[in-house]
Design a protein around this ligand. Structure first.
Ligand SMILES: Nc1ncnc2c1ncn2[C@@H]1O[C@H](COP(=O)(O)OP(=O)(O)O)[C@@H](O)[C@H]1O
Ligand SMILES: [Mg+2]
Length: 367
């Protein structure tokens, strides 16, 4: 911080010095020039070379001739700012374009992660030789303490974190070779702070429905609204929006007029409409009220019966019904298995489980 602020101070001072210098020079030229013009006109008048009107004319003109020079100085400053900004823009434009995949995900949607390591800055290793397999239709959970690399792994799956080593395949196809469209069509991500846009509830929900379907729906608006209400019913929001203006209820930017739990439930509704085969939930129920959490978890368990669900959660009580649980620690998988199996291993999972159970049951006996 100290080094950076010292650097910033020096640069600011340099800019100020330059600006002050250029202003001084410009002022000297502008006012000096005007003064010179006035003196010249006065001496010429005295010598009788110009008339009184001519002299006045030159005096007035000389000020108007030199003063714009000052403006040139400030334009110079603006131009310099523009140059610096365009340098940045060109730097961005010159970045190498990411290689785009050409393949699409087809029937088989088994996800296999083999020997995957990842680092954001090339120095600190965040993931370390992670191996994971999620079969089509399986319900898999990833747990571990904060900062162990769970979201980083989700980012890799979503094609956001590129440049990993090892292989990640979906249906036998390398992730890097799959088109972005196909990836987004097949995998739906729900984070802990889902983005809702300014507009009506209907607008926001329709975003979840792929374009083709939206077209057919636009021809039958009533059936469309019915689908939307059904999904709102599932996440227990129908009641609330009926009390407002229904599907026409206006949402502020980032749905500021809804509670955190309502936001997440609406985001889940939108994700349900997307009807992809794979869902990745990254702490989708953190920092929200218990009722919302229960509503969301009920839907997730229901969804897990037919879809592939990868759930990242710090709350172990939610992951108990998973088909398989991976426990991560410092970028590595340290334990895996069903809840019954790993809770009896007296390892990290058992430790986390006991701590959380003690916390959640705290005081229950005494009440
Ligand atoms: N965009 C990023 N740039 C650099 N480091 C990051 C970035 N995102 C996360 N990290 C680091 O990676 C580690 C794992 O983060 P994350 O995957 O978000 O953990 P988790 O989701 O398990 O809590 C953390 O130490 C974090 O500081
Ligand atoms: Mg995370």
């Amino acid at each position: 911080m100290n080094r950076e602020s010292e650097e910033f101070r020096k640069i600011t001072m340099k800019v100020l010095t330059m600006q002050l210098n250029s202003i001084t020079i410009m002022d000297l030229i502008a006012y000096g020039g005007a003064a010179l013009g006035i003196i010249m006109a006065a001496t010429q008048l005295r010598a009788g070379h110009v008339s009184m009107t001519g002299c006045l004319f030159i005096i007035l003109l000389s000020a108007d001739f030199f003063i714009p020079m000052r403006q040139l100085g400030s334009f110079f400053h603006i131009a310099m700012n523009g140059m610096a900004a365009s340098d940045k823009i060109f730097k961005l434009l010159d970045l190498k374009e990411q290689e785009k995949g050409k393949e699409s995900i087809t029937e088989d949607r088994t996800i296999e992660i083999k020997n995957v390591s990842y680092s954001y800055d090339g120095e600190r290793q965040i993931l370390n030789e992670v191996d994971m397999k999620v079969s089509h239709g399986q319900f898999v959970s990833i747990v571990g303490e904060s900062g162990c690399g769970k979201s980083t792994l989700a980012g890799i799956l979503m094609g956001k974190n590129k440049g990993y080593s090892g292989t990640v395949t979906v249906g036998g196809k390398e992730l890097k070779s799959i088109t972005e469209e196909s990836l987004l069509e097949n995998i739906t991500y729900i984070g802990h702070q889902s983005y809702l846009f300014k507009g009506t509830v209907r607008d926001n929900l329709l975003l979840g429905i792929p374009a083709a379907k939206r077209r057919c729906i636009s021809e039958n608006a009533r059936a469309c609204d019915e689908t939307l209400w059904q999904v709102l019913e599932k996440v227990n929001l129908a009641e609330f929006f009926k009390g407002e203006k229904g599907l026409d209820t206006q949402l502020n930017e980032k749905a500021g007029n809804l509670s955190g739990g309502q936001c997440q439930r609406l985001a889940l509704a939108r994700a349900l409409l997307h009807e992809s085969e794979i869902y990745v939930l990254d702490e989708a129920t953190s920092n929200i009220d218990v009722e919302s959490e229960n509503d969301i978890m009920r839907e997730v368990y229901h969804m897990a019966k037919t879809k592939t669900v990868i759930m990242i959660s710090h709350r172990l009580a939610n992951v108990v019904p998973s088909d398989w649980i991976y426990v991560m620690n410092q970028g590595q998988i340290v334990e895996q298995g069903t809840h019954e199996k790993i809770v009896n291993q007296e390892g990290m999972y058992a430790h986390l489980w006991n701590t959380q159970q003690n916390l959640e049951n705290f005081g229950k006996e005494t009440v």
